[in-house]
Ligand binder design. Structure first.
Ligand SMILES: NC(=O)c1ccc[n+]([C@@H]2O[C@H](COP(=O)([O-])OP(=O)(O)OC[C@H]3O[C@@H](n4cnc5c(N)ncnc54)[C@H](OP(=O)(O)O)[C@@H]3O)[C@@H](O)[C@H]2O)c1
Length: 344
């Protein structure tokens, strides 16, 4: 076990990048040298970390000499361009972008589900799409109760999934509509629909099959993480005017009669990284606000599908900047370097 790691964070100024810094401290990652990297927009700025001031460096192929672990969260284009240089330099690369997720020889890892795929020799590990991480966290444990045949998923995705700029856009539009000049004044770019007090089909391009890119990613990546390439899935991704944390309505269909609600609750409650929030009496279930800043994925509203006795329904919510991105990546590093996992 290394006592001090040279760590690079690519995209350090972004919504995910900022989460890394607080997680390093919270989980007591032994960070020695810290290289924070971004574009020329941010290079030269200084960031405080654990009592030191770290200057943001300009990302280049030379940034990775001597780096033990490099966390990439600066978009797929940057990953495609610079991940090979980081691997070449000998770093373990943990990539939050979509660039390598579906490469057959790149493990796509949610540690609680398939952390066994990470070993000392693995150089490049992909972090799945945030919606897929939150989904597989809640679905994988249910496989101990029966074979899962089909998933039907509807999402309520927050602004933070679109990065720091989309969070600002939601705040600005909300201010403009409440007591400001109103909808007619809004500059919708880069979206096509108003965001304040509205919701819309996920703002990624739609394919010929009618599924947008986000839905396609959730389907392909969920199948890969669960190791079920033929899992039947139908996914509808929607952006809602929530600042942070994604919520998902999930229908899980088993090959035989559905397990009891109590068994589902029992299994989820015992699962690492899941918190059961299922209080019918007080109508208290998972919400994005309850999930915000939390490591656990919240699961609740567990009930039988009234139209299918092989299926159950549930509502899940998770902070996609943490478990859906930075936390999942840090947990992978903990596996790769044999770091003792600290509870936060
Ligand atoms: N948001 C999420 O929930 C989430 C979840 C899972 C995965 N991801 C993935 O994580 C990545 C970042 O997402 P985010 O939400 O953090 O986005 P963001 O807030 O927009 O941050 C983007 C980061 O990338 C940097 N960057 C952009 N262009 C660059 C360039 N040419 N060279 C070097 N750095 C550059 C930016 O630096 P500057 O300050 O210099 O602009 C910034 O640090 C994306 O690949 C995204 O798909 C995001």
């Amino acid at each position: 076990v290394k006592t001090s790691l040279t760590v690079a964070v690519v995209g350090a100024t972004g919504a995910v990048g900022q989460e890394f810094l607080s997680l390093f401290t919270a989980r007591q990652v032994p960070v020695g040298e810290l290289r924070l990297l971004a574009s020329s927009r941010s290079a030269g700025k200084r960031v405080a970390f654990e009592g030191r001031e770290v200057e943001i460096g300009l990302l280049s192929a030379e940034s990775f000499r001597g780096v033990d672990v490099a966390f990439f969260s600066a978009g797929a284009t940057r990953s495609r361009e610079f991940v090979p240089a980081a691997v070449e330099a000998g770093a373990v690369v943990i990539d939050n972008s979509s660039a390598f997720r579906m490469e057959p020889d790149v493990p796509l890892v949610v540690p609680e589900v398939n952390g066994r795929l990470v070993c000392a020799e693995t150089r490049l590990i992909a972090v799945p799409n945030c919606t897929a991480i939150i989904l597989t966290m809640a679905v994988a444990p249910l496989r101990s109760l029966g074979h899962i045949e089909r998933l039907i998923v509807s999402t309520y995705q927050s602004a933070s999934g679109g990065g720091a700029a989309m969070m600002e856009l939601l705040k600005d539009q909300t201010a403009a509509v409440v007591g400001g000049p109103g909808y007619a004044s809004l500059d919708l770019e880069p979206l096509t629909e108003p965001y304040a007090f509205n919701l819309f089909s996920h703002n990624t391009p739609i394919g010929n099959d009618g599924y947008n890119e986000e839905e396609q990613k959730v389907i392909a990546e969920t199948r890969k993480i669960l190791g079920q390439p033929n899992l039947r899935m139908s996914v509808t991704c929607v952006r809602v005017p929530v600042l942070r944390a994604h919520t998902e309505s999930v229908i899980v269909e088993f090959s035989g009669p559905a397990p009891s609600e109590d068994d589902i609750r029992y299994v989820l409650e015992k699962s690492d990284g899941i918190e059961l929030v299922d209080d019918r009496e007080n109508n208290s279930f998972p919400t994005p606000l309850k999930a915000t800043g939390k490591d656990d994925v919240l699961a609740g509203r567990i009930r039988h599908d009234a139209g299918n006795d092989h299926a159950i329904c549930m509502l899940i919510a998770g902070d996609q900047l943490r478990k859906g991105a930075a936390l999942n990546a840090v947990q992978i590093a903990e596996h790769a370097f044999g770091l003792r996992q600290k509870s936060v």
